[in-house]
Design a protein around this ligand. Structure first.
Ligand SMILES: CNC(=O)c1c(C)[nH]c(/C=C2\C(=O)Nc3ccc(Cl)cc32)c1C
Length: 268
């Protein structure tokens, strides 16, 4: 028998976005701190609801040290709300970390950036499709965790169309812009954009309109990362931000790249 809503006490709202609200909650039985993500399925068709059930079942089976742990789900039919209970990551998300660096004019340690690159290296069991700083979290040990898996696909329905395509697609890969199928190498491009932004504190491709952004991504030309970062890091970024998806490295190639091996320890 799964947990009930009244076994939890909401402590605060820690995030809200296109795909629902994230709240920090305390399990009253043992005081454990978790988060739950609230998704309203009221406007979904039966097919979309079945898709959501499949995605939740997939999340339940997804066990990886660098993916936020899915713990339980609770359905509240009265308010047509699905609650997804997941592990709490006290380090917060990389979006807030980057904005804090910008506000204090500080840069992130290169060693931390190599660890993010190694721990995330995309292209895993399933495609994430939405690798961005707001979807990457740090746990109590500073381990990197990818969150918000997959549900984006189900929520790409008309019911939530208006809320799905929010924000500027800074990390969209050239092949996706050209209307080709999203694939593992598209995640590797997004990973390159994320690592670049950790270095430069802004994305590699920026523009004021989607049209101009698409043109810059198609050009695939970007400034070198700040000079205090090594040429080895710049070189790995160059591989990830390669225009042709078939020329980009796979996740495994990144993991075994000599620079990644040299700059990270076997533990992380
Ligand atoms: C400023 N950010 C925060 O305070 C923050 C903290 C401490 N944790 C989070 C978010 C999550 C968190 O702690 N665990 C999560 C699991 C899945 C998802 Cl989609 C989000 C989270 C956030 C946004």
């Amino acid at each position: 028998m799964g947990p009930k809503l009244d076994e939890f006490e909401v402590q605060s709202t820690i995030g809200s976005g296109a795909h629902g609200t994230v709240r920090k909650v305390r399990r009253q039985q043992d005081g454990q701190i978790l988060v739950w993500k609230e998704l309203n399925y009221g406007a979904m068709s039966e097919v979309e609801k079945q898709g959501l059930v499949l995605e939740v079942n997939l999340l339940r089976e997804l066990h990886h040290p660098n993916i936020v742990k899915f713990l339980h789900h609770i359905v509240e039919r009265r308010s047509t709300t699905l609650y997804i209970l997941m592990e709490y990551c006290p380090g917060g998300d990389l979006k807030h970390l980057i904005s804090k660096c910008r506000q204090t004019s500080t840069f992130l340690e290169e060693g931390f950036i190599w660890r993010v690159l190694k721990q995330l290296r995309g292209g895993r069991i399933i495609l994430h499709r939405d690798i961005k700083p707001a979807n990457v979290f740090l746990d109590a040990e500073g381990e990197v965790k990818l969150g918000d898996f997959g549900l984006a696909r189900t929520l790409n329905s008309e019911a939530s169309f208006a809320t799905t395509f929010v924000g500027t697609p800074y990390y969209m890969s050239p092949e996706v812009i050209e209307g080709q199928e999203y694939n593992e190498k598209s995640d590797m491009w997004s990973l390159g954009c994320l690592v670049y932004e950790l270095c430069a504190l802004h994305p590699p491709f920026q523009a004021t309109t989607h049209k101009q952004l698409a043109a810059k991504i198609r050009e695939a030309r970007y400034e070198r990362i700040p000079i205090q970062y090594s040429s080895a890091l710049q070189e790995v970024l160059g591989l990830l931000l390669t225009y042709e998806d078939f020329l980009r490295p796979t996740a495994l190639m990144v993991l075994h790249h000599s620079a990644v091996v040299a700059h990270t320890s076997s533990k992380n």
